[in-house]
Design a protein around this ligand. Structure first.
Ligand code: GLA
Length: 387
């Protein structure tokens, strides 16, 4: 964290509570390179933690009161650990409330704290500001309350907070990527057994994230609907192939053979998931073999499958992807995250990045009249806390 940011947070902390923070915890955002809508189907994903993050600066209290202040929302929020309830006035605080509740339920007795929270992950853009907030909160509570969990367990508890308290039925990818990220590496994850393998990210490739500025609307309900469609595909297919418990167990041959028994939309959802799993496996091999062209092509194919079969893209995402592909040095582009708005991820030759950024901004502006935010990311390290 740079000095200026640290100073800003410390100054606010002292202004509010008269003393400096004793702990600074950090949860990174993530960009998913490939493997979209596969995590909750026990599938494969290839995200990377990024250097945009959420920071929670905290100091313990003697009692069980939690006093929060968000520098992004310029708003305070407070709750007691013995009566944690959802807050509709400061929804940003629900991620921290949910994490506190889940940790308590898991048997960890938390201490109260004073905390200032500040993030650089754009909110609602598909870079997982929610998982970043949950992780930063979890690591802050951990440091202050004196217990120690491994990254996998932290990720699962943060996911549980989001599922049960916030009400978004997300998979495990965001929290796991944020917890286990390694600088300079993407993470190949098997969401069935939660095993992770770091894959070195080539130093000549830049990761450019373009925010369409279209905020994701109704994403929770549309996302949860997709999950139900996938579960329905499994239920219907299991009549013909007993023993399958998720789309991970379904081969393309089985889908070809029995797909006509599924409603057309449900069949297409399954088709996306199966083909996307294969693309992740192929993408890992392509990276390992330094076959950048194939890697880029797989990104393009992923977008097309998300657009036509999974139907979670939108006009703005399609436009951004289309513009990127026409620019020099861009190997591949696709929507990233849940979809319905938010960001695209673009893999661009490092030398071409300086020209790519203004070109995509101008191109998008000239069609939409909107200036998109563009971030150049590096695969960053996972969540942590520092004294
Ligand atoms: C959101 C969820 C993830 C994952 C992606 C889609 O980011 O939080 O668990 O399902 O959407 O790939």
């Amino acid at each position: 964290m740079d000095q200026e940011r640290r100073k800003l947070i410390a100054e606010k902390f002292i202004e509010l509570w008269g003393v400096p923070p004793s702990v600074i915890a950090r949860g990174p955002g993530r960009v998913n390179l490939i493997g979209e809508h596969t995590d909750y189907n026990d599938g494969f994903v290839l995200p990377a933690a990024i250097d945009l993050d959420v920071v929670v600066a905290a100091r313990p209290r003697r009692d069980r009161q939690v006093n929060l202040y968000s520098l992004n929302f310029h708003q305070a929020s407070a709750f007691n650990l013995d009566a944690i309830a959802r807050d509709s006035v400061s929804p940003w605080s629900n991620y921290m409330r949910g994490v506190a509740l889940v940790l308590e339920k898991a048997g960890f007795r938390l201490r109260g704290m004073e905390a200032v929270i500040q993030g650089t992950v754009p909110i609602g853009a598909g870079l997982s500001s929610s998982a970043a907030t949950e992780l930063a909160a979890a690591y802050a509570f951990q440091a202050i309350s004196g217990f120690e969990l491994d990254g996998r367990r932290m990720a699962l508890l943060c996911q549980q907070a989001e599922n049960e308290f916030v009400g978004m039925q997300c998979g495990i990818m965001d929290q796991l990527a944020g917890a286990l990220g390694q600088g300079g590496h993407a993470l190949f994850m098997d969401c069935r057994d939660l095993s992770c393998q770091p894959v070195p990210w080539p130093s000549d490739l830049g990761i450019v994230v373009c925010d369409t500025m279209r905020r994701r609307e109704l994403v929770n309900s549309a996302y949860n609907r997709r999950r139900l469609e996938c579960e329905r595909a499994v239920r219907l297919l299991s009549r013909y192939v007993p023993g399958i418990t998720s789309l991970r167990d379904v081969s393309p041959e089985v889908l070809d053979r029995y797909g006509h028994h599924l409603p057309e939309a449900v069949r297409r959802r399954a088709k996306h998931v199966l083909s996307e799993n294969q693309r992740v496996l192929d993408a890992v091999v392509a990276l390992q073999q330094a076959d950048e062209e194939t890697f880029g092509r797989l990104l393009d194919e992923s977008h097309s499958s998300l657009r036509h079969d999974y139907q979670v893209s939108c006009h703005e995402l399609d436009l951004m992807v289309h513009l990127a592909r026409g620019l020099p040095g861009c190997l591949g582009a696709r929507m990233t995250g849940a979809g319905f708005g938010g960001c695209t991820v673009n893999v661009v030759k490092v030398d071409a990045v300086p020209a790519f950024v203004p070109a995509i901004q101008d191109g998008y502006f000239s069609v939409t009249g909107i200036v998109p935010q563009v971030f150049t990311c590096r695969p960053g390290t996972g969540a942590s806390s520092l004294p």
